[in-house]
Design a protein around this ligand. Structure first.
Ligand SMILES: Cc1cc2nc3c(=O)[nH]c(=O)nc-3n(C[C@H](O)[C@H](O)[C@H](O)COP(=O)(O)O)c2cc1C
Length: 339
């Protein structure tokens, strides 16, 4: 029987499949089912700065003024009982007590003071790790990219000093050079990178002529962007890579580990197929390992990373070159045929 155990940000996991921050991890009954279905760990929904700053009675009104930043929160928060920070902290503590697999809390603050204060408060709930959800869509065209990145870097450095639990950083891909950002945060002490968050974008209702809230679940081929970055980063970091977005099957888990990821997170696959999909994905991973003669994840982790593959261009410009040199061969081998 293949050994699926791994270590993620220093935490021992029974397997590399995490259920990401989402409504799936927002109540005791579901997280107990997630554990029973076999997931390796969970990430609780983010505690957002707005939850912290707003009095409960102002919550809805202000949320809608802030919607460009907070669509992720707006979608999640009104349905849950833990709308304010006290309730959220209480919930996270309860989640930790309710299950035996590691529980990682998620925080998305705006000011450094809030980040530091609530990182400590979340740590005090007894969680195993903290995921910093760095999503904030830019709204100030005058602020240069370097200044945004320096602020985030300093924040990660200060957070790693402020808490004792391991800290992961969940990034969007909206950086000129995500590789550089990751390397600098790695040096600053991040224990893992969750690559990537899938952002909620605004929508407009043309009948009512007002802005609308919308989210779209990922699609199967969406794993390719995180695959690229897992492959490019693998072997060059102290921190672990947790691939996120578009993980729909055991095949996707295998792909990410071959590229060099330590773990994966999934949300959309379970929202589409139900929690019963967890054992299906794990079974696919186990069967593939058996059929390829691997008895542990480390036996094939990073085998096809940028550093290890015989075809390193695959992570950069291979498709373009192949398409130029051999258009018919490219179409014949197109990865759409793999799906
Ligand atoms: C309804 C919903 C709520 C989410 N809430 C959060 C959240 O609170 N914090 C966070 O970091 N990510 C949140 N996410 C993003 C997911 O954790 C995940 O990163 C994203 O959906 C990409 O993974 P997937 O392709 O497996 O869905 C949410 C996603 C969905 C669909």
């Amino acid at each position: 029987m293949a050994d699926l155990t791994t270590t993620y940000m220093g935490l021992p996991l029974r397997n590399p499949l995490l259920v990401g921050a989402s409504p799936l991890t927002a109540n005791v009954e579901t997280i107990q089912q997630i554990e029973a279905m076999g997931a390796g760990a969970i990430v609780t929904p983010s505690l957002f700065e707005e939850q912290i700053q707003l009095e409960r009675f102002e919550f809805d009104e202000t949320l809608h003024r802030e919607e460009a930043r907070s669509a992720e929160m707006i979608t999640v928060a009104p349905q849950v009982q833990h709308g304010g920070p006290k309730e959220h902290l209480f919930w996270v503590k309860k989640a930790k007590e309710a299950i035996g697999i590691p529980v990682i809390a998620s925080l998305n603050a705006m000011t450094k003071a809030t980040w530091l204060e609530y990182a400590k408060r979340l740590e005090d709930t007894g969680v195993d790790g903290l995921e910093c959800n760095l999503f904030a869509s830019p709204h100030n065209g005058q602020q240069p990219a370097e200044s945004v990145e320096s602020e985030q870097l300093e924040l990660i450095h200060d957070l790693t000093q402020a808490v004792r639990i391991p800290l992961s950083v969940k990034l969007s891909y909206f950086y000129t050079n995500p590789l550089n950002v990751v390397h600098r945060m790695d040096e600053a002490g991040a224990a893992a990178f969750v690559l990537f968050n899938r952002l909620f974008d605004p929508e407009i209702d043309i009948e009512q002529e007002h802005s609308a809230l919308a989210f779209t679940l990922s699609h199967e081929a969406d794993h390719r962007l995180p695959l690229r970055y897992a492959g490019l980063l693998a072997g060059g970091l102290q921190a672990d890579i947790c691939s996120s977005t578009g993980i729909f099957s055991g095949t996707d888990i295998i792909r990410m580990i071959l590229a060099g990821a330590t773990t994966v997170q999934t949300v959309s696959s379970l929202m589409r197929h139900g929690l019963e999909h967890i054992p299906v994905m794990l079974q696919q991973l186990t069967e593939w390992m058996a059929s390829h003669g691997y008895d542990s994840l480390s036996a094939f982790r990073g085998k096809l990373s940028h550093r290890n593959t015989r075809d390193p261009w695959v992570y950069t410009r291979a498709q373009y070159i192949k398409l130029l040199m051999d258009p018919e061969g490219f179409m014949a081998q197109s990865s759409e045929r793999i799906d």
